[in-house]
Design a protein around this ligand. Sequence first.
Ligand SMILES: [Zn+2]
Ligand SMILES: [Zn+2]
Length: 312
Amino acid sequence: MKFTFLGTSAGKPTKKRNVSALAFEVENESGWYLFDCGEATQHQILKTPLSINKLKAIFITHLHGDHIFGLFGLLTSRKLDKCTLPLKIYAPQGLEDMIRAVISVDELGYEFEVVEIYGGFEDEFENFYLKVLPLIHSKESYAFYIKGKSKYKLNSKKLQEDGLMPGIEYKDIQRGRDVVKNGKIFKAKEYVEVIEGKRIIIAGDNAEPDILGKYLKNLDLLVHEATYTSKAFEKLETKYLHTTAKNLAITADEYGVKNLIATHISPRFEGDEILEEIKEYYKGNAFVANDFDVFRLKDLLIKECNLLGFMI
Ligand SMILES: [Zn+2]
Ligand SMILES: [Zn+2]
């Protein structure tokens, strides 16, 4: 699984950070998925190897402007590029009316559908299952829980050693079926290694990370907002419904989250202060995302590169 951060700022863009957007790719699958689409997301995409034409679906966490204002331009550019790949947008109630008020959806030239999401909504994609979890924010906001499909690896060396030569039976065993050949039983569970799919959460704006509860338990990766440090939050006259680095770190640590990426950083911070506070309370593998950071999740999450480095 690969994650390219296209926007990591909260509320408004800064010189270094654009507003929320995250590209998600799965190994051996063509095309990619977009989570949130803040203003100018299509400009950010142009600076990466990602192609708007290969975008398969968009997931919107909530209808605040810093998460959706980029949709209208992106959808229209796809039309100008004469893209024919169908596009689905998964979003809370109200997005379809907003889009139809701005652009002529019927003239886009590609199949377009808005699917309304709600807490508990589930769907299946080529390589993962998705479940929508409710969050606490000033607008209906959601997290996307993603479970990669398990892979089944056949131990053909062991099969041959035990006397079953390559043939049609190999497919049956890989699918979990026991096979009888020449009077001998070959039990699938003895020859197939199950590689469990990774479990991740990409969350929208949220005031209380522990609302994600059991889904956080030993999670492989949590991508969550950390808009403020706790010190800055304490000084705020109006307490907005966002998470502090401290609060996120304590929750992630308590549930044994293995990898953590904090994003949606208030324009007042560089990002280092947020990471410092997270590391005080969280023992796992933590990052604060910058625009154009590329992460890859294998057993451990690694930061592969920052695409800006390649552009200069
Ligand atoms: Zn936001
Ligand atoms: Zn918001």
